[in-house]
Structures are given as structure tokens and as C-alpha cells.
Design a protein around this ligand. Sequence first.
Ligand code: 13P
Length: 251
Amino acid sequence: MRKKIVAGNWKMNTMLPEGFNLAKEVISKSAGVPTDVELIVIPPFTHLSEAVKITKGSRIKVGAQNCAMWDKGAYTGEVSAPMLGSVSVNYVILGHSERREYFGEDNQMLFKKINLVLENSLTPIFCCGEKLDERESSNHFKVVEQQVSESLFGLTAEQMLKVVIAYEPVWAIGTGKTATAEQAQEMHAFIRQLLTKKFGVNISNEISILYGGSCKPSNAAEIFAKADVDGGLIGGASLVAEDFIGIAKAF
Ligand code: 13P
């Protein structure tokens, strides 16, 4: 059965001491969250080593927000998948819409990154999702299909089983405008159908698909109740431990 996951993408927020306190608070509040829900904190790179130390012995896993397209070398400013592995990170977000928008990441680049992350025994959280004008022009399924097929369909079935997908409609990120539970379910079911066609139903049924975009304690239960929604990738609300844990308790 596929995993339920609630992951907090802190983005470029928190100084180290704040991040330290936030991680501590998440640990201390996590007791009330059903044990079958995987909880992940995803702080900035500078905090990763500390976050791994703080969360050791707790149920909280740690993720990174990105990694390089190469495994080492003269790429000033980049952080590689092997480096993330060396500090014992568990997950890596890839293809977040902010990376696509501000750093020109495309589906082909992401395919390379996913391979590197998997080669280093880390779990990619692959993000996809349409922009507002793409939804308004009814191109949302086409856009997501292209993202999923170009970045994931080159993987083997064995590799695919290790990938987590996050559907994050760009118009819902940081806007306070959440997709309705029906809109989320419709797209999640569509993504699962794509995976079924390519990899078969046994594999597609094992892949966790998270929803992201203005997820809050007040709307999480309705979204998580949908059949193809396996959890959430949380931005703003993950910076407040109580809200993050409140969302995870919505399962
Ligand atoms: P918000 O929850 O702030 O809308 O952000 C979602 C997101 O981008 C998570 O990766």
C-alpha cells in the first residue's frame, strides 16, 4: 500500500536558529500524528546537517529542496545528490514550479536529476502542475501529462516505484487559493492513469501523489480524504509547527 506523506517545504525561509527551533517543535508535536504518516521537513541547504542531527531517533525525515544536474565538478554554487546523501538526507524535491520559473528548469533536466537522486539512494519528490492561464485555457491535463511523461517515462519500473509525485497547481501556491478537493482528485487520478498506462496498475497503485498549494489545517482533511491524494507538500503552513502538524493530523 502506498505511503501517506506530509512534507514541509520551508523554501528560502528561516535562519539557522529559527530552523532549529521549528524542527524541534515539529518533533515534539508529532506524537499525535497517525504512525503511518511519514513526516518530512525540507529546510534550506545550510540547515540540512543540523536538521539530520536534530531529527535523529525521531520519526521525522529530512529532505532537500533541489540538487544539481551533475554529480561533481566545476559547477560553482551547486549542491549534488551525492553530497546530500553524504549528510544522510532522505528526500529531494525536484522540479518545483519556483525552480522551473526562476531557474529555467525543464523536464529533460529534471529527468537527469531524478536519475542522480535515485542512484544515490535518495527519494525524489517530483513536482508538476499547471499555471493559471494553462488551466483557464483548459490545457492543464496536457501540461501535466507533458511534465510527467518527459521527466518520468524514461525511468525503469523499478526506479519509478521509488519516486514520489507532488501535484502543485501554480495558481494555488502561496496565493491562499487552494484547489478544491475535486480538482485535486481529478488531476491525481489523471496522473495515476498516466502511470498505469506506462508502468502498469501494480506500480501506479504504489506511487504516492501529494497535493501542494495553500494547504492548511482547515482544508487538508477534505483534500486528503480523496482516493488518489496521498498527502501534501506544504509551503507557508509548514513554517508554523502547529499548522504543519495540524495538517498531518487531518489524515
Ligand atoms: P504554499 O503551501 O505556501 O502554497 O506552497 C506550496 C508549495 O509550493 C510547496 O512546495
